[in-house]
Structure formats: C-alpha cells, structure tokens
Design a binder for this molecule. Sequence first.
Ligand code: XIL
Length: 311
Amino acid sequence: GLLDAKFKAKGRRYYGAIADPNTLSNTQVQTLLKTEFGAITPENSLKWDATEPSRGSFNFGNGDQTVNFATSNGRLVRGHTLVWHSQLPGWVSSITDKATLTTVLQNHVTTLVSRYRGKIYAWDVVNEIFDDSGNFRQSVFYKVLGETFVDIAFKAARAADPAAKLYINDYNLDGPGNKIDQLLALVNRLKSRGIPIDGIGSQAHLILGQVGGVQAQLVRLGATGLEVALTELDIRIPKDVTSAKLSQQQNDYATVTRACLAVSNCVGITVWGVSDRNSWVDSTFPTYDSPLLFDDNFAKKPAYNGVDGAL
Ligand code: XIL
C-alpha cells in the first residue's frame, strides 16, 4: 500500500485501518485496504459479545472472515480485544466468584489467541481498564479479581501464542494527567513482576485542533522501552464541516503522523475506519463528523494529504 509503504520506509511496521464483514462487503473498501493499508484491526468481530455470547460457546465466523482477508492479502492483524468492560455479555458481568471468573477469563483468552496463533501481529489484551480519573474502572474483572486480572490475561495470551505482541490499550493518553500516570505505573508493576507485556496502544480518538499533546505523551509511553502504537486514530470535526476545518484536519493528521515518527519505538498507526461513510463517530458523537482520511465517496480528503505529506 501507498501510505503503508511510505511508513515502512521510515522504519515502521504498518499503517493500518479497521475492517469487518460489514465493510469488507464494499469493494471500494477492499480496494483501499489493499492499496493504502498494511494492517487490519477487526472492528467488532473479535470482541467478547461477538466471540463468546454464552459461556463456552464460541463464534468465529466474522472474525475468521476478516483475519483471512488480511492474511491472504499479506496484511498484518491487530487482535482487538480480549478483556474489555464494554461489548461484554451479561453472563460474564454477573460472575461474582474469583475461581469462576479466573477460569472463564483464561478460557476466553486461550481460545481466541490459540485460534489465530501465528496470524496476529499484536493483541490488545486489556482495553480501557482505567477511567478518566486514572482509577481502575469498576469492571467485573477488577471488582472480582483486583489488578491480578491483568496478570491472568497476559499470561494466558503469551502461553497461547508466544509470537504475538501483547498490548495494553486505552484512550485519553493524548494529554498529561493521572490517567497516563497510572497506566505507566501499572506497566512498571507488570514488568517488575515478570508479566509478559510488549506494547502500549494509545487509541487517539482526537478532536480537531486538539492534537498538540500527542507527541509528548507518546514519548513518555515509548520511554518504557515497550513498543507503542496509535491504535484507533480518528480526528473528529465539530459540525458543520467547512473547507477551513478540513484543512485544519490535514494539519492535525500531519502533526499526529510526525508524533509517531518522532518516537523510534512507535511501530504503527491504525485509523479507526477507512472512509467517513463508516465511522463510529456518526452514532457516538452526533455533533461531530468526517473524522477519517477518505470521504463518504471514498475520495481522498485533505487529511489524507496530511498523512502522506508527513511521510
Ligand atoms: C467501536 C466500534 O467502532 C463500533 O462499531 C461499536 O459499536 C462500538 O465500538 N474504543 C475501542 C473500540 O476500543 O473497540 C471502539 O469501537 C471505539 C472506542
């Protein structure tokens, strides 16, 4: 791919995007994935509600389709995500005892990671485990098991696929504050007790004109010695979209691209969508729009030139 090839020429591993059967059904999406992007993150198909909707009964139809599209086209895959409080079935969140939850967690992680063993560049092992104040989110995992749920998940993932890079992933790591401080403190504790962690993912769901903090925080994440990546990049525009805002977005994408390039162990960038036609922003942030590199008709936006020009 073009962006991917330029990014690799800078010594990086991939410039990626998301996919799933609902978007792969569009041939223009497939074409852009093949021409521009070097890695694919399944948007929803590997989440707990999709893969284990009831205990011990696994569904891999959509996950297999997406992973097969990626690997048969020579693309890397980021597995997303093993342990997350959201898109989590009720049967998991209602577990109250440690022994049961430990078994369930180990079985879920082992089953997913084993199924795709050898096909996954990196797994987001835990996702969004801190709240915005930097406290552990009060998920069933934390409430029942405490911090050790993180250890259990990483150890099970490493055992099931020793070659996959294992990541902690979170959002709002784009500016200073207690959230990034606490995430870094946890990473240090994990390392000191020998838990196999390889990377830190910064989701980077950003807002137009508010990208100035990305590089400084990415430097801090990279100073752990782990790999770092921008795993879910988008830059949403407050409505209404104007040509002035689209050129601000071009600058913002260039700034974010340069932030990764400034950190030697920033291995990859994944944009959370191929085109503005299919973005979670439409439903999640209805007063924002147009967060991605290609428009509703799959034409390159100024944002695309922002990335391209920074590479
Ligand atoms: C989003 C998907 O894009 C939506 O299709 C879905 O309805 C909700 O989840 N942080 C994450 C991603 O880690 O998994 C989320 O993806 C966006 C926020």
